[in-house]
Design a binder for this molecule. Structure first.
Ligand code: DAH
Length: 388
């Protein structure tokens, strides 16, 4: 830090330095006090002031400094020139007055001219630096916003919907928070039925619902909601999220995706069911893939089936994907259990239909030969970029 009377830490315009005489600055004293009794001595004092002014004005860098510098010199009350008028001119000896007046006018003219010059220069410099700062180079490439892509699950949903829309199904969606009635009872799964065991889920306390609510364990409740609302014929698919109390591993997650299907009409047979399933499998996995139905059990279908496809990777000869069996289990399905119609006021004697429920994650998993379901939920861009 500068010591010993150096004032270079102050902005020059504020700490402007005019010759001192003892403690007081020279313009704070009269000419007589300064010992200037001749014309020459007065002229010399003015010359000294002018050179102080010239020196300090050269170091003004911006508008703020310029303003305070101007006030120091031209300020009405305590500006240098006002003080010179008061301290030098007014009390001057009559013989000196004319020359002091002349010198003062000349100095004022010089100060005003230089200040104006500096003001313009500072303004121009500020403008130029602003222009340089704000200059737009039109030859630069524009800002490119990376466009996201549809997640593989979304893409798979869209592919599944496309297939079913093409054969006359429509797409409906339903709530992820369900009542036990829609999720279980109306699907012919009574309270203590063992079929509930593998669908243990997340229950939610809800005011006014003594039995609580739950995160739906499957998209099947939308079968009931749709048939309650709409008279037959029904042909719907229901894409959506479902929840189960499963620990995440390579083939499980507590949240996954299903697409439900339901077709009910007066003349739907097992052949329609089989034909629809086969059409779907060929569309989704390829024309060479064969379909097989295996007996199974679901409370809301009778008979029930597991739909298997011949392995689309090895063609049925056995490989890692089909665990050497040549077949891959795709989804559960069956003819709608007449008991279900009782819950929705449909006439079981007149109506028949089929239903299916597919795990969408599993279908994507199989189709792309993945070995870990979790990559679908981790949002790692290295995975997502593979499905633009
Ligand atoms: N809801 C069943 C589940 O999540 C899947 C299912 C099986 C749905 C057969 C159906 C069906 O519509 O007919 O395990």
């Amino acid at each position: 830090m500068a010591q010993g009377g150096r004032r270079d830490h102050m902005p020059p315009a504020l700490g402007f330095q005019i010759a001192m005489n003892g403690k007081a600055r020279i313009f704070e004293q009269t000419l007589a006090q300064l010992g200037a009794v001749t014309r020459e001595a007065a002229v010399k004092l003015f010359a000294g002031l002018r050179s102080d002014f010239d020196r300090d004005s050269a170091s003004i860098r911006n508008q703020v400094e310029w303003k305070s510098f101007r006030d120091n010199w031209l300020g009405r009350k305590s500006g240098v020139l006002s003080q010179i008028t008061d301290n030098w001119l007014k009390p001057a000896e009559p013989g000196l007055k004319p020359v002091v007046g002349q010198e003062l006018n000349a100095l004022r003219g010089h100060v005003e001219a230089v200040l104006e010059e500096r003001r313009k220069a500072i303004e121009v410099a500020a403008e130029q630096s602003a222009l340089a700062r704000e200059r737009i180079d039109l030859s630069f490439p524009g800002v490119e916003r990376a466009i996201g892509t549809r997640h593989l699950i979304r893409q798979t949903f869209e592919e599944l919907e496309r297939i079913f829309l093409s054969i006359g199904f429509s797409v409906v969606e339903g709530p992820e928070i369900e009542t036990p009635y829609y999720n279980f009872e109306a699907l012919n799964i009574p309270e203590h039925h063992p079929a509930r065991d593998n669908m243990d889920t997340f229950y939610i306390d809800a005011p006014g619902k003594p039995r609580g609510l739950l995160l739906r364990t499957h998209t099947s409740p939308m079968q009931i909601r749709t048939m309650e609302k709409q008279k037959p014929p029904v042909r719907i698919v229901v894409p959506g999220k479902v929840y189960r109390r499963d620990n995440p591993d390579a083939t499980h997650n507590f949240m996954f995706h299903q697409i439900e299907g339901l077709a009910v009409d007066t003349d739907i047979t097992f052949c329609d069911f089989k034909g629809t399933v086969e059409y779907f499998v060929r569309e989704f996995l390829g024309a060479k893939v064969k379909t097989r139905l295996r007996p199974s059990y679901f409370p809301f279908t009778e008979p029930s089936a597991e739909v298997d496809a011949s392995c689309h990777v090895c063609g049925g000869s056995g490989c890692r994907v089909c665990k050497n069996s040549g077949w891959i289990e795709l989804f559960g399905a069956g003819m709608v259990n007449p008991a279900v119609y009782g819950f929705v006021d449909y006439d079981p004697k007149r109506l028949s239909g089929f239903a299916f429920g597919m795990g969408v994650d599993r279908l994507a998993f199989l189709r792309y030969g993945m070995n870990d379901l979790q990559v679908l939920f981790q949002n790692d861009v290295r995975f997502l970029r593979q499905f633009p």
